[in-house]
Design a protein around this ligand. Structure first.
Ligand code: F3S
Length: 394
């Protein structure tokens, strides 16, 4: 891989041991994937934050690093709400380790926003991603949204490679950074009117089929809103490993002419089969906010809970900045007995392991709760999830 004189100097250790190690990671990835060179990144989103996932070895690795990030860098969700961890049932020892992890990132200059939806909290002039920008983001749903809905370019970075990109300010130019890897592989024609959680169910289905392909959706005439695109991409990234997709007349266009390897036709029947396969039955808690709730989603949840009392634990996960921007909505939700937790989620926190089955409206949580949290999962619309929490349905 070509390195400029400055990059070569970093690689040789002229700017210290941490940067040398970081450059080594970037060059190793570049060599493996055949990158020609490094490219500057606009922003970084770093995975490897929940102490549940990184453990002591990960904490030691991060704590060992020196220096400062050179591009805007934020974090993936942590293993707990950084302020209300006791209410979540998190043990003191875990909380201490999680706080140490956060402090290690803070020391490196990383902004302590722990969210999988950076595009919801940084918009307009403070945006972390615009069309055509090269990024180094980690969380799979954020990667999918950046590539597909924003039209930026990022691979799905691991924690170390994202941190390396943050400290060096560059990433290796391969994969989804290149036009040739951004052409659709599958055409997906959907003959059904889709609403809300249907997008998660559709994504769950398509991800399993196309795996790491690039699906191009032709939907039946409806207007798809950003939260639905967020849910679609998140589910495909979890049930498969889709990092880029297109929706005809909605997302940015593919970068050139393309021919599908395969055409997939789906309708209401196939989507309803997913709901039927994963019913609510036996759920002892409800989890919303995977990916983290937007302002609009918080508003909908508050509208459904206003004046009601939940009978089962209901977690609403969001970014701290979204919750802080809407104290009245948070108050309405919490008056019902539900909890709005920030900085974390139902999958990366060890606190959900006490539940045997959770009801969710998210295709991604449906895919990850059983495997990563050991919790059974049922899928339903937002309204059905709220009904389960309120005890109106089993
Ligand atoms: Fe975000 Fe956690 Fe879901 S990181 S996408 S809320 S699994």
């Amino acid at each position: 891989m070509y390195l400029s004189r400055e990059e070569e100097g970093i690689y040789q250790g002229e700017r210290g041991e941490t940067l040398r190690r970081m450059m080594e990671i970037l060059v190793a990835l570049g060599d493996i994937y055949g990158a020609e060179k490094l490219v500057p990144v606009r922003s970084v989103q770093i995975a490897g934050v929940s102490y549940k996932n990184i453990g002591e070895a990960g904490l030691e690795w991060i704590s060992d690093l020196e220096g400062q990030v050179v591009v805007p860098s934020i974090l993936n969700p942590a293993g707990m709400d950084l302020c209300r961890w006791q209410e979540m049932g998190i043990q003191e020892e875990f909380a201490q380790k999680q706080q140490q992890t956060i402090e290690a990132y803070r020391r490196l200059g990383v902004t302590i926003d722990c969210t999988c939806t950076p595009y919801q909290i940084y918009q307009g002039p403070s945006s972390l991603a615009s069309p055509g920008d090269h990024l180094a983001w980690s969380e799979s749903s954020a990667v999918s949204y950046a590539n597909s809905v924003i039209g930026a370019r990022t691979n799905r970075e691991g924690g170390p490679s994202a941190l390396a990109a943050a400290l060096v300010g560059k990433t290796a130019l391969y994969g989804y950074h290149l036009d040739e890897n951004r052409l659709p592989t599958h055409l997906v024609e959907v003959e059904a009117d889709l609403h809300g959680s249907d997008y998660g169910a559709l994504g769950f289905l398509v991800g399993r089929t196309v795996k790491d392909g690039v699906p191009f959706f032709r939907l039946k005439g409806q207007r798809t809103v950003p939260d639905e695109l967020k849910a679609l991409g998140a589910a495909m990234a979890a049930s498969g490993s889709v990092a880029l997709y297109y929706v005809e007349n909605v997302t940015p266009e593919p970068p050139g002419p393309w021919q599908p390897m395969e055409t997939i036709r789906l309708g209401r029947k196939e989507i309803d089969e997913i709901y039927a396969l994963y019913p609510a039955g036996g759920a002892n808690a409800v989890a919303l906010g995977c990916p983290h709730c937007s302002s609009e989603e918080l508003e909908k949840i508050a509208g459904l809970l206003q004046g009601q009392k939940v009978q089962k634990e209901l977690w609403v996960c969001t970014a701290r900045k979204i919750a802080e921007a809407h104290p009245q909505l948070v108050a309405i939700i919490e008056e019902s007995g539900a909890c709005v937790f920030c900085d974390t989620c139902m999958v990366v926190s060890p606190a959900t392991e006490r539940f045997s089955r959770m009801m969710t409206s998210s295709g991604k949580a449906l895919a990850y709760l059983p495997g990563l949290a050991g919790v059974g999962a049922g899928l339903g619309s937002l309204e059905e999830c709220i009904d389960v929490a309120l005890g109106r349905r089993q």
